[in-house]
Write a protein that binds this ligand. Structure first.
Ligand code: C2O
Ligand code: CU
Length: 496
């Protein structure tokens, strides 16, 4: 068992702390060596309507939904091993919850309405309490009507610092946002419309970094920056091109990865995904490097310019180490792992892909894989009635609050999930409560076998992930294009 993490003990520690009430800021945790007491970090978040300024003055502010008055919400920054106690107050006119995306929390702290908790009603509060077991770049957002709540600005960064971080001159967080604004500059009210649901989601028309449409970002010549990128968008996929800044990826979805230069200098971030980059500013004083986002072909745009200003910090790229200390993740054993097939169907043009992919669709998937034209017709009917996306032939109905597990995985055992995307669209697939290794794509072993909590699956692609199911409970497994999720692309994975 890892030194830092045991879900059962974590839950017990939570009960202990709840009983201990207001005893104070220091809470000894039995799961750590007795000499180390975890610091409890008390945080308050209030979700409420507010104002956001996406563009500099004289542009006006717009109505948004905010945490503590800002969109995105405040950066929560703690140390690995700290315990977080976050009191969330709901100042919205509708229910909400907070999900700690990528953080391996106990099930009851996961923020999924009706599955892990009662939603937080208007004017109510809920206290989330969990340990920061993994260091890395994470984020938080509501899990209630996320397509609207996130789309209006409710999301924020959660940074868990390593005890011994890699050395850099500056540690910078960029929360990438994507807003759909009307001509008058207000947030467009067309949330959850059928077109977005059936196609690639609510892709907007105003990209922000930390809530502002960016222009320039000042750096010192010679400076080394750790840039933490978080995709907080409903649906937009980002692929910023950092060629010219010697980008090295050191972590993905918060988890360390063997430092490497990404293909073509570009990192691809589907919704909810994160990447930590090391960038060395090698330009001359006064020089600029433009960063283009190149994900959508023909729709490239300039995201931001790095501007080198001031006197150089150093002449040469430093040789400081880039490898982050590993997090306490259990290694899956592929020899003994169970195998589970998952097929994604649906969306516009999906039936064509489905027909062409033929075989793979029926490949031994448990529980209702689409095997014949009769269920295909059923899917088409379902699509016309509002559900659009299917996991093993089933579209989830979030509103019914009745989600039976699509899959039950044995606790503390290794499992492989093979996912086939039989649709014409990209899907960032997220599993709650765990990080998994991405072991292959289209049958080819994956070079870095990166740990992720959200993996972008391309049209017609087959991706295999592997992990140890060490966190018991019912966990969401869904597409993080929030309109796809709303259109049925989610399921429950039971670990018992
Ligand atoms: Cu980022 Cu199910 O969530
Ligand atoms: Cu999707």
């Amino acid at each position: 068992m890892s030194r830092f993490y045991s879900p059962a003990l974590t839950r017990r520690a939570f009960l202990t702390s709840a009983a201990a009430g207001a005893v104070g800021a220091m809470l000894p945790l039995s799961r750590q060596s007795p000499a180390i007491a975890a610091a409890v970090r008390e945080i308050r978040l209030r979700a409420a309507p507010g104002r956001a300024r996406l563009l500099p003055e004289p542009s006006g502010e717009i109505s948004a939904w905010c945490y503590n008055g800002t969109a995105p919400g405040p950066e929560i920054r703690v140390r690995q091993g700290d315990r977080l106690r976050v009191e969330v107050e709901n100042g919205l006119a509708e229910e909400t919850t907070v999900h700690w995306h990528g953080v391996r929390v106990p099930h009851t702290m996961d923020g999924v309405p009706h599955l892990t908790q009662k939603p937080i009603g208007t004017g109510e509060r809920f206290v989330y309490e969990f340990d920061a077991v993994d260091a890395g770049t994470f984020w938080y957002h509501p899990h209630q009507r996320s397509f609207e709540q996130v789309g209006r600005g409710l999301y924020g960064p959660l940074i868990i610092e390593e005890r011994e971080p890699v050395r850099v001159d500056r540690d910078v967080t960029w929360v990438l946002g994507d807003w759909r604004l009307t001509k008058s500059g207000a947030v467009s009210e067309d949330f959850g419309n059928m077109h977005d649901i059936h196609h690639n989601g609510r892709v907007g028309n105003a990209v922000t970094i930390n809530g502002r449409v960016p222009d320039t970002f000042s750096v010192s010549p010679g400076e080394r920056i750790r840039l933490r990128l978080i995709n907080g968008a409903n649906a937009r996929i980002f692929s910023p091109d950092f060629t010219g800044l010697q980008p090295v990826v050191i972590a993905l979805d918060g988890q360390p990865v063997a430092p490497h230069v990404p293909d073509g200098g570009r990192v691809v971030l589907g919704p909810a995904m994160r990447a930590d980059l090391i960038l060395d500013m090698t330009g001359k004083p006064g020089s600029r490097v433009s960063i283009f986002d190149r994900f959508y072909e023909g729709l490239e745009y300039r995201l931001v310019d790095f501007v080198h200003a001031g006197s150089p910090l150093r002449e040469r790229v430093p040789d400081w180490p880039l490898v982050l200390p590993a997090n306490p993740l259990p290694e899956p054993d592929l020899e003994t792992a169970s195998r589970n097939e998952v097929v994604f169907n649906g969306g516009m043009m999906g039936e064509m892909v489905a027909q062409d992919m033929g075989e793979s669709m029926g490949a031994g998937a448990p529980g209702g894989t689409v095997r014949d034209m009769k269920s295909m017709t059923g899917m088409m009917q379902a699509m016309n009635s509002g559900t659009a996306w299917f996991i093993n032939g089933i579209a989830a109905d979030e509103a019914s609050h009745d989600m039976k597990p699509a899959m039950t995985l044995a606790w503390n055992k290794s499992h492989v999930i093979a996912m086939t995307n039989a649709t014409a669209w990209h899907h960032p697939i997220h599993l709650h409560g765990h990080s998994f290794r991405v072991i292959s794509r289209n049958g080819q072993p994956n070079r870095h076998r990166e740990w992720q909590d959200t993996v972008l699956v391309s049209p017609r692609e087959k991706v295999e992930i592997a992990f140890v199911a060490d966190n018991p409970g019912d966990w969401m497994f869904h597409c993080h294009v929030l309109e796809h999720q709303a259109g049925g692309m989610m399921a429950v994975v039971r670990i018992a």
